[in-house]
Design a protein around this ligand. Structure first.
Ligand SMILES: Nc1ncnc2c1ncn2[C@@H]1O[C@H](COP(=O)(O)OP(=O)(O)OP(=O)(O)O)[C@@H](O)[C@H]1O
Length: 623
């Protein structure tokens, strides 16, 4: 068979009779002017240069260390050597049996020699590197005649981009089992590649760990990481100080031991707010987010710890961080420092009572009572006696000893009159008198009692229209609307849903004595798309029923009430396409953020101003 080689050397055409990769390499060997009749003694490193080279290839050598002897042991015969070459074909490591290695040494197949094609013509190491593919080169396929006694198999060792970093070679004396040994060489190369990737990941991990250690040491808040077993794997010194313990006393402990949270929470929720106290009793707020791997399994949680700031609004009962909510709260806070009557307008369930309680809590009357009366829930005949009370025997059916009215009960505090639009006209007159004279007389009594009460009235109706229809007194209307507050419906501040939902889940779990529940992100797609005609009350009811009926530790779309699923699916199917709805929401959000300014809103959305104008027009957005 070495006829092929001889004929090629003589210059005859053998292209169709030789393996293409071997033929290509022979051609290259000719171009490099490799002498086919002589063993080259070029490109052999001195031992000092070889050790420098090995130092520069430290990770390749470390990654191969366990692999070379293992591959040698698989060969099951001693007539082989297993070699590691670097990316320039220099042999930097060899494992093998002495008799064969000494034969190999005669042709410089030993550490220090480069087996690049340019120097030694066609050979497994050089040709595998050049072709960047596994190669076997047998006997006469070697370009240099003296190498014809060799049978060699080599596989490149590649980096993650597929570029060769080195080569694993198995050389022996002619062996017919070409594919089997090539497979072993390929397996060895892939084991080395895996080890190299592992080293890379270890380095990356060290890098990130060091980066996050440095960054978290600079943070003016606590930072902690918890693994999927619930063990605290790191906490910065600020966080440890907050908890009044040493870092080393916290790291390695179960989160449940440090935070005394219900067992198993870490695997249940997607995010969690822990409520803790520091060593001096100050409240610490925390926010932990779970981290998931690509398969969606929890691999732990990272989060922050902070001392809860005592802002005036921390007394607020209002949940929601949307721009509109923040504006509402800021206005409520201002109102709380005045003594005027307040008229709150908003759709049913938007939180008129909650905001009234907040105004009361923030005001100088906070130590006094907050008394609420829903004018729509009582028959007209009873409202007056509820408001002003009565004396013994004031009317048939009156309670013995009389009864104080809500105004009396609210003295030094706040009275909240919900659904004021439903107040009968005769009671409106009496109310106006109380407001003007700041005194109240129980029904059937001649004495008047001085009272100091702030009135907050609320309605979902258009009071000015009721005034025009002569159903509401103009003078009372003006008395009440000294200060007004408009509560936006939930559909206009849907970002609040992301704050309200975890709050309601938490609240319901506590009231039902259940462990904290998580919620799947998909559920929000529905909650955000629903129009919530019943506003926050409807959302609260929805979450309450989901929690009560939930099957697992995480609320999923399967737990959504049918009416929400249907209403969202109907809107999506019939009227606006989902994309339009979401675009609309994004635009409303951006306009809220930028207080209606077009240029910054367009920037926030990443679109041009003209496109934004067009979309506002097309989607009929009003702002
Ligand atoms: N911003 C909010 N944060 C927390 N809970 C809220 C908020 N807004 C409303 N809620 C809850 O939603 C429910 C309805 O709120 P509220 O009674 O204050 O609304 P309303 O506007 O007074 O309703 P209605 O006009 O029907 O009386 C209550 O259970 C309240 O706790």
């Amino acid at each position: 068979m070495d006829n092929h080689w001889k004929r090629f050397i003589k210059g005859e055409s053998v292209e169709s009779e030789v393996t293409p990769s071997i033929y290509r390499s022979w051609q290259r060997s000719l171009e490099y002017h490799v002498d086919h009749s002589l063993v080259s003694h070029q490109d052999i490193l001195t031992s000092a240069r070889l050790s420098e080279r090995r130092d520069s290839q430290e990770s390749l050598i470390r990654a191969s260390e366990p692999v070379l002897p293992y591959i040698f042991s698989l060969l099951g015969s001693t007539n082989y050597t297993v070699l590691l070459g670097d990316n320039e074909g220099y042999i930097i490591e060899a494992v093998g049996d002495a008799p064969f290695m000494s034969k190999a040494q005669k042709v410089n197949l030993s550490p220090g020699a480069s087996w690049r094609e340019e120097v030694r013509g066609t050979n497994a190491i050089g040709t595998a590197l050049r072709e960047n593919a596994p190669m076997s080169v047998f006997g006469w396929e070697h370009f240099v005649h003296d190498n014809h006694f060799l049978a060699c198999w080599a596989a490149p060792i590649q980096n993650s981009q597929g570029l060769p970093l080195g080569v694993l070679d198995i050389s022996g004396e002619a062996n017919p089992d070409r594919q089997k040994i090539l497979n072993i060489a390929m397996m060895g190369a892939s084991m080395i590649e895996k080890n190299l990737r592992l080293f890379e990941l270890e380095n990356q991990l060290k890098f990130y760990q060091e980066g996050s250690r440095l960054a978290s040491s600079l943070l003016q808040q606590g930072f902690l990481t918890i693994d999927h077993n619930g063990i605290i794997t790191s906490i910065n010194s600020y966080g440890a100080r907050l908890l009044g313990r040493k870092q080393e006393d916290i790291i390695g402990k179960l989160a449940g031991e440090v935070f005394s949270t219900p067992k198993g929470w870490i695997l249940n929720g997607h995010s969690l707010n822990l409520h803790l106290k520091d060593s001096t009793g100050k409240e610490i707020t925390s926010h932990l987010n779970q981290v998931f791997n690509e398969a969606g399994q929890s691999i732990g949680a990272v989060g922050t710890l902070q001392i809860k700031k005592e802002t005036p609004l921390s007394n607020s009962l209002w949940i929601g961080n949307s721009q509109l909510s923040q504006r509402t709260l800021a206005r409520a806070s201002k109102i709380s420092s005045t003594h005027s009557s307040v008229l709150i307008h908003g759709e049913s369930g938007t939180g008129k009572e909650i905001i009234s309680r907040t105004i009361h809590k923030l005001s100088s009357r906070s130590q006094g009572p907050f008394v609420a009366l829903n004018c729509a829930s009582l028959p007209a005949s009873l409202i007056e006696s509820e408001l002003f009370g009565y004396v013994d025997g004031a009317f048939t059916g009156a309670r013995r000893g009389g009864k104080p009215g809500k105004f009396e009960l609210a003295n030094k505090g706040t009275i909240f009159l919900d659904e004021i639009g439903d107040m009968p006209l005769n009671v409106q007159v009496a109310l106006l008198r109380v407001l003007q004279e700041k005194e109240v007389s129980r029904i059937g009594d001649t004495k008047a009692l001085k009272i100091d009460v702030r009135v907050i009235a609320a309605t979902h109706k258009d009071l000015s229209a009721l005034v025009s229809a002569a159903q509401f007194r103009l003078d009372l209307y003006y008395r009440l609307k000294v200060v007004t507050l408009e509560l936006p419906p939930l559909r206009e501040r849907s970002e609040d849903i992301r704050d309200l939902v975890p709050y309601f889940i938490d609240k319901t779990c506590k009231s039902l004595g259940l462990p904290p529940l998580g919620i799947q992100e998909d559920v929000y797609t529905y909650l955000l798309a629903h129009s919530w005609p019943g506003n926050v009350r409807e959302l609260e009811n929805c979450i309450e029923s989901m929690v009560a009926l939930a099957d697992g530790p995480i609320l999923t779309t399967a737990d959504l009430p049918d009416e929400i699923l249907q209403s969202v699916e109907n809107t999506q199917a019939s009227t606006e396409p989902l994309l339009d709805q979401q675009t609309k929401q994004a635009i409303i959000y951006a306009l809220n953020q930028t207080k209606g300014k077009i240029a910054p809103a367009a920037k926030l959305l990443g679109i041009g101003r003209n496109t934004l104008y067009r979309k506002i027009k097309d989607l009929e957005i009003t702002f």
